[in-house]
Design a protein around this ligand. Sequence first.
Ligand code: IVH
Length: 668
Amino acid sequence: MNAEYKKIVAQINQWDHEYYVLDTPSVSDTEYDQAFRKLLTIESEHPELIILDSPSQRVGAKPIDDYVKIEHSSKMLSLANAFNLDETYAFFEKAAKDLSTNVELLELFSEPKLDGLAISIHYKNGLLSYAATRGDGQIGEDVTHTIKTIKSIPIKLVTTNPPEKLDVRGEVFMPTSSFIKLNQQALKDNSKIFVNPRNAAAGSIRQMNPTIAAKRDLQFIPYSIGEYVGELKFTYHAEILNFLHQLGFRKNPHCYAFKGSYENFKNNYEVMEQHREKLPMDIDGIVYKINSLTLQTALGFIARSPKWAVARKFPAQNNVTQLLAVDFQVGRTGVLTPVARLEPVFVGGVTVSNATLHNMDEILRLGLRIGDSIEIQRAGDVIPKVVKVISTGKHRNPIIMPDYCPVCNSPVERTEGQAAFRCTGGLTCSAQGAERIKHYASRKFMNISNLGAKLIELLYSKGTLNTIADIYKIKIADIADLEGQGIKSAQNVLDSIEASKSTKLSTFIAALGIHEVGEEGAKTITKYFTDIDSIAKAAPEDLIKIPDIGPVMAKNVVTFFNNEKNKAIIKEIIAAGVHWNSEQNASAEAHLLTGQTWVLTGTLEHLSRNEAKALLENLGAKVAGSVSKKTNFVVAGKDAGSKLSTAKGLGIEVLDETKFLERFHLVL
Ligand code: IVH
């Protein structure tokens, strides 16, 4: 069995190598799948046989909790940049001078500059031992668990005579087409969109969970070695790349060796510009290196970059077009983002008709008006940028933030000190709908365990769920009829909705997703306002009096409860049976006054009688209507009458309003 198992492992590794490294698959998908299934069957029946380089082990690693720091075997350097031909040539003229030779005699090696993230991968006696990000060049983060999922990285080097130690340096990237697919899916799933393939690659590698990285199409191409302990001696950089290819790594396409004449640099750039368009991955320039390793050592480094290599960067791809209109898109959190509608223009290989403008401050900074001619830039990003106004239009129209949300027509507001304008529609704005429902039902808030994000999306798209109140109207058939669901799972959802109905007021308030009112904020508010009606009626001044509640949070709460539609939704939810009781709501502090009886008399200036009562009750006190021997404290406001004199007569401690407020740290 062991021999058969090892044969299958070797066979699949060979097929992976052909497919992912050499781009020449030799088997059909069916044959591959059959072998893989057989491998998994053997491994599940004989787990003792599993070997490190089994293809099943690429995703076998457990998610990590935190990144472990790794010190690099030698510094991971960056490159000096050159932005044109003259700068490139001058760089090597200087290097030649330092070497007392002529630049035209220097042998150079050119490679595409891959736009991804730098990784160092360590092999001990031919087996992948760990991998790290570049970090600050000296110390990186351990990403072995995600790096192992990349099929073009061998777990075991393809050789019978592996070096004792090898530190392979190279770039992890995501091919452009895979990046586009990933974002298209993310749009459908309402999950995170990546701005460019580089971020997508970095985000995938820096995942705690390797199964997510395994689903992404990531690739690796080496460009140097950081440490090597073995028998071979290398003379040229190109030899190292060939050596790495023999060990099972991919080769960077379109590498050239040439002598350093001005003409050669010029031709090389022109050739590479043409290849660039057709390459399956983003490249942001060309790296030129002196091929001789002896000369590299002789030149050494300056600061963080070698004196023997330079990156000639491609210019960002720009073009000029006209701004036709600006629309406002409402995001999942209610933020309105201005989007430029453009006269279609060809930039960086694609036709562009939209560009983001980020926010109103950006529009102001650009001095942009509708009708202007503007410069558009695309640097591998999905969404192109507006760089500047080239010339102002004849008929210019200002760009105005709408007063009302283009989706739900609720007023739009800007929080002081923030760039963003937000729709105040809250629960009723359909642009925010599904997200609000997910937030509400999530484990941290209403904890409706069987109503997960995917199901919410589905029910939202079918129109079963429009607002959080609709959760309580879901019927068995609404779920049972969905693909992949049945009566049983539908019943589970309804059961968990039922079970979630008993909650705490603070949890419910936080679940509403009022902007900036999180768990802590909600807890603080409900300590002072023990029922939802008093929260709904509170004025900003009332809320600001609560310690830790600032003017922004106070305003957001008031705006939320001033919205009639929001109020109607809450009413529906309560009518559906969602409830809380003050005991459950009581926090540890709430027992501070347990057993005490307080009496309020006279008019308080800063708090209403009800608020003062709520505050005391929330801390565990009983608030009585008349003074007796059992009374512990009397709070006397202005024009207090007989209750005050009775208290004095009985020797009961009397607090005026200031003392009362101070006692509970209420800052006014
Ligand atoms: S050589 C000592 N070659 O560019 C020189 N780097 O700006 C080490 N990069 O951190 C780098 N393609 O992540 C080299 N063919 C290539 C490259 C390349 C992409 C990245 C690399 C490096 C950055 C420097």
